[in-house]
Design a protein around this ligand. Structure first.
Ligand code: UTP
Length: 474
């Protein structure tokens, strides 16, 4: 859009969005310039199209599920998968890591509203004894995996406008948790304006638009726009290990997963866990009209979610998405440049705004719509997309809510169970309850061990071995 102030204001008037400048005459020159900058960032034609199709265009049509089938996935050896193929995958992944072809990528631009934590979510103290932050946990795993494969790993972290400065400062204060700062890269995701239910862009205050991050799917275009893909290309990186900021259990760098992706020439691969119960709120891996897709639980009728396989009673749509992917660099570039670009989704939200007099309004119920992109919508556009199974206890325990399911409390318990399993696998005595929860608090730094194999190796080298007592940290 033109940078000429009158031109911007005129374009908004013509688009029926003149309310954005209702208070412009009262603003200081600085505030006025900021509002104009924000306004110039918005693609008015895109907002008009999204409002028409997602907001004012009547009820959304239900997804046509004709011919829907569960997606095939690679089972783990413990559940009937081919151990030779898994070993080959692991070897291929390790080779790619030794060759420096893999980078880690964390999407950390979310707002964390459900957790109710104001700072960037990655700064949330999550480990059971030391209270290490999510970022520190990932950094440790990335550092350790780099050391193990003899090639330091680049880490890309996507932030939002709101949390970018605070995220960078946190890394700086913590000296990048021992990582080489030149291999840690921050990129800011894009943002989208929120609209009211008649498609009018909302103001957050008299002098600013209600802008919010464009969803984790915005990561693909942010990687392209920021120059991160070019940097990867110049460093010889062609494969990205993608994970969310809220899940400390994730194997940030998983050689077997990377190797499956490479061996199958997949452009976007995903990990699945078996759903714990029929209506668990996970996306479902399905095949629809010949394409691998993730269908959100809210879009999949309950009858499908509960359907069982007559042969063994297992859930037919049992493979749940946990937002862990391996993605090919050039596929990201293609998606970002528009071939098969991602669709926006509508999310009705309570949006802080102002009334006709410019007074602040803090709504008690949803008063508008945010537009978001979802990364899994890229899967159907990928060549040879695959899904591999993983054990929940090895890869997934997110911190989403302040209380109840997927909360700091459940995540702490899952970390403790994981540590206890590793101690036991190494031959140490750890009293646990029937769910595997140890009676004492333990913590393992990723630098000591970041999975059962690396833990057991380090433990076997310890001489003498420490007593496993409350508060033990390795
Ligand atoms: P969530 O869907 O859990 O959203 O994000 P959230 O914003 O973190 O939390 P709520 O819904 O406000 O409580 C899943 C992952 O996607 C990232 C988050 O940081 C998290 O890692 N994300 C989400 C982004 O990076 N950008 C976004 O715009 C949205």
């Amino acid at each position: 859009m033109t940078r000429d102030p009158n031109g911007i204001i005129e374009a908004y008037r013509r688009a029926g969005q003149g309310q954005v400048f209702a208070f412009v005459d009262r603003l200081s020159p600085g505030s006025r310039a900021r509002l104009l900058d924000e306004a110039a960032e918005v693609d008015l034609a895109e907002v008009e199209r999204l409002s028409r199709t997602l907001v004012t265009g009547g009820a959304a049509r239900a997804l046509d599920l004709a011919g829907l089938a569960p997606a095939p996935y690679e089972r783990m050896p413990a559940r009937g998968g081919d151990p030779t193929a898994w070993s080959a995958a692991r070897a291929a992944g390790e080779e790619a890591l030794r060759a420096g072809r893999v980078a880690a990528f964390t999407v950390a631009g979310g707002q964390g509203t459900r957790l109710g934590y104001d700072a960037p979510k990655g700064t949330f103290p999550v480990t059971p004894v030391r209270g290490r932050s999510l970022f520190e946990v990932f950094a440790g795993k990335i550092l350790a995996a780099g050391r193990r494969h003899g090639r330091p790993i680049h880490w890309f972290v996507m932030t939002s406008h709101q949390n970018h400065a605070a995220t960078e400062a946190f890394f700086g204060e913590n000296r990048h948790f021992g990582l080489d700062p030149s291999r840690v890269h921050f990129l800011r995701q894009g943002r989208m304006p929120a609209v009211d239910f008649s498609g009018k862009i909302l103001l957050e205050s008299e002098g600013s638009l209600a802008l919010s991050p464009d969803g984790h799917g915005g990561s693909l275009r942010a990687l392209e726009r920021s120059g991160a893909l070019d940097l990867m290309a110049s460093e010889g990186i062609d494969t990205l290990s993608y994970f969310q900021v809220d899940n400390p259990l994730v194997r940030c760098i998983d050689p077997a997963f990377i190797g499956w992706h490479l061996n199958r020439r997949s452009q976007m691969s995903s990990k699945a866990v078996l759903k714990a119960y029929p209506l668990e709120k996970l996306g479902h891996f399905c095949v629809l009209r010949g394409k691998l897709v993730v269908i959100e639980y809210s879009d999949l009728p309950e009858a499908y979610q509960k359907e069982t396989d007559p042969s063994d009673g297992s859930l037919r749509y049992g493979a749940g998405s946990i937002a862990i992917h391996v993605i090919d660099r050039e596929f990201i570039r293609d998606m970002a440049r528009g071939s098969g670009s991602l669709p926006f989704h509508r999310a009705d939200k309570k949006i802080a705004t102002v009334d006709a007099e410019g007074r602040p309004v803090r709504p008690q119920k949803a008063n508008g719509v945010k537009f978001e992109l979802f990364v899994f919508d890229a899967i159907p556009s990928a060549g040879n997309p695959i899904v591999i199974e993983t054990e929940r206890s090895d890869d997934f325990s997110p911190v989403k809510n302040a209380e109840g399911v997927d909360s700091p409390r459940t995540c702490r318990a899952d970390q403790l169970r994981q540590f206890a399993r590793w101690f036991k696998a190494a031959g140490a005595e750890v009293p646990t309850d029937p769910s595997g929860l140890p009676e004492m608090a333990l913590e393992v730094s990723p630098l000591f061990g970041y999975d059962e194999r690396t833990f057991c190796e380090s433990w076997s080298r310890l001489d003498p071995k420490p007593a496993v007592t409350d508060g033990l940290c390795l």
